[in-house]
Design a protein around this ligand. Structure first.
Ligand code: TPP
Length: 561
């Protein structure tokens, strides 16, 4: 049976058919027909954000927490361009996001019409796929295909640009409208490669597993644990691999790379085998690639063939999603242990190299947060020093409970990202943790939380600086603090103005009461922590250096000229 529907109604129908229950957006001229149709579909919840960038981050957060595509909507021109940073963030971290933008009517395209921008051209390198819908007859299939492409294979963002007149056109709609199904990319690992990998794993003296985001994306937690436990190989988790393996597990080593622990990086430099599971060996992980793991053969388990050999050479590539490939590998790998090697690594371990002068340490705050949320918390961090502390110092036990912008390193991600995460996990505490810089990039989204009753809890680690850049200036630019001191408003009053409960914590004694109070209030809440102003993240591999050259403590003070 067919029905006469507008393009806009067709869009809503496809969203329903795709199982969408919430979307994040902001209206405007070119997307008005869609917003006109929306109230006819009351099960499609729309969250009105305060800036379209936040819509894209919220859709991204929703996608990462739920494993299902997140949807964001914007008008043409400035609405669409405001999505750009969010789409690039999702692209770099392989998050399935479907962005729907209004476009000027077809007969106005190319005439510099009001609010016309070539969002297809702009987003080409930062989307997995994008399409301008020129024909209403193809609207449903294009939109259905967008969902399929976003989710299949290596996930990523897809943008569908719909001219206003296409949204208004009427067509006979035939119901179910899935787009051309995209065949799930199955790239079974070749048996000979599996045998070779198993052989390398059996004979290596100093093997390591490096687990990345692919473990989380494929839900390969059990398989990873099985491989580690059967072989006794220690597990390193990259920034986006954190919470892919329990922190308390005796085989868990920590984070590698620029701010990785010294013993982790030393182990990498001494390893004779690295089993890379769902990671792309990016430069923050490897340091200078020419000097990365000089003794190691690399087995690379990877879904996206273009990642293999891109940053580091692979001895064996096992192509496919981590879960499937790990299962196949487990069939070929026999039990062994790595006791001697683990003892060697234990000898490399030092007590933590973090050094705080103040009593309100990030470590102390995060410990209390874990206790007060009884380990049930998902943390969405922003970008900077606090991001590294949150990555390294919080005990992630449950899968996929650490969400952050890794690849693009987008300040301003945490607050809107946490909105999406909370909607995907309505029964769990969700904390957005930001610096005073990143918080000020999207703090307007407190209004969204209040209007939509989304109880995100926010923590600000306020050090009065763009801390990570200040740290680089201290270490590498002779302490010239150019444009890094940053003034903040009174966050407690700001929160109050938004109708959000707020607390300021100035010393460690106040931490528990503030976190507890923030957890108890039913709605969103904010806690500002006044942390030491010039604390640094240690250790640090200087940019371009090898993993063997960490800075482990405060550089000598400058001698006055
Ligand atoms: C959108 C964006 N602009 C600039 C940067 C560069 N950057 C990286 S970390 C950082 C400082 C972050 O400061 P803050 O949010 O206060 O966090 P802190 O490092 O002090 O914890 C800056 C400016 C970035 N990552 N993202």
């Amino acid at each position: 049976m067919t029905e006469l529907l507008t393009g806009a109604q067709v869009m809503c129908r496809v969203l329903l058919e795709e199982g969408v229950d919430v979307m994040f957006g902001y209206p405007g001229g070119a997307i008005m027909p869609f917003y006109h149709a929306l109230p006819e579909f009351p099960t499609l919840r729309h969250v009105l954000v305060r800036h379209e960038q936040a819509a894209a981050h919220a859709a991204d957060g929703y996608a990462r927490a739920s494993g299902r595509p997140g949807v964001c909507v914007a008008t043409s021109g400035p609405g669409a361009t405001n999505l750009v940073t969010g789409l690039a963030t999702a692209m770099m971290d392989s998050a399935p996001v479907v962005a729907i933008t209004g476009q000027v009517p077809r007969n106005m395209i190319g005439r510099d019409a009001f609010q016309e921008t070539d969002i297809i051209g702009i987003t080409q390198p930062i989307t997995k796929h994008n399409v301008l819908v020129q024909d209403v007859e193809l609207l449903a299939s294009h939109l259905g295909e967008a969902f399929a492409i976003a989710r299949e294979g290596r996930p990523g963002p897809v943008l569908v640009d719909v001219p206003k007149d296409v949204q208004n056109q009427k067509i006979e709609y035939e119901g179910r409208s899935r787009g051309v199904p995209v065949p799930a990319k199955r790239l079974p690992a070749a048996p000979a490669d599996l045998r070779e990998a198993a052989e390398l794993i059996a004979t290596a003296q100093r093997p390591l597993i490096m687990a990345g985001h692919g473990v989380v994306l494929a839900g390969a937690y059990e398989e990873l644990r099985c491989l580690a436990e059967r072989t006794g190989i220690p597990v390193i988790t990259t920034l986006l691999g954190i919470s892919g393996f329990p922190e308390s597990h005796p085989l868990h080593l920590g984070m590698p790379g620029m701010h990785g622990e010294v013993h982790v990086n030393r182990a990498i430099q001494q390893a004779d085998l690295i089993v890379g599971v769902g990671l792309r060996f990016d430069d923050r992980v490897t340091g200078n690639t020419a000097a990365f793991a000089p003794r190691a053969k690399i087995i690379h388990l990877e879904l996206d063939p273009s990642e293999v050999g891109k940053n580091v050479p692979a001895t064996v590539a096992l192509l496919g999603d981590c879960r499937t490939v790990l299962r196949e590998l487990l069939r070929a790998v026999g039990p062994r242990d790595c006791r001697a090697w683990r003892a060697e690594i234990a000898g490399l371990m030092k007590s933590r190299t973090e050094q705080y002068r103040g009593d309100l340490s990030p470590e102390g705050i995060l410990q209390v947060l874990d206790e007060e949320t009884e380990g049930r918390c998902t943390i969405v961090s922003d970008v900077g020093q606090h991001q590294m502390w949150v990555a390294k110092l919080y005990p992630y036990e449950r899968p996929n409970t650490h969400i952050t912008s890794g690849g693009l390193g987008t300040m301003g991600f945490a607050v809107p990202g946490a909105i999406g995460v909370r909607l995907a996990r309505p029964d769990e505490p969700v904390w957005a943790i930001s610096g005073d810089g990143g918080f000020q990039m999207n703090m307007q989204e407190m209004a969204t939380m209040v209007q939509e009753q989304i109880p995100v809890k926010m923590a600000i680690f306020n050090n009065g600086y763009l801390g990570m850049v200040r740290q680089w200036q201290q270490f590498f630019h002779g302490r010239r603090y150019s444009a890094t001191p940053i003034w903040s408003p009174d966050y407690v009053k700001l929160a109050e103005a938004y109708g959000v409960a707020g607390w300021r914590v100035e010393n460690a004694d106040q931490t528990r009461a503030a976190i507890r109070a923030a957890m108890v209030v039913p709605g969103p809440a904010l806690v500002e922590f006044l942390i030491e102003q010039e604390a640094n993240v240690f250790p640090m591999i200087p940019p371009g250096a090898s993993l063997s050259e960490p800075i482990e403590g405060e550089p000598a003070p400058l001698v006055p000229a």
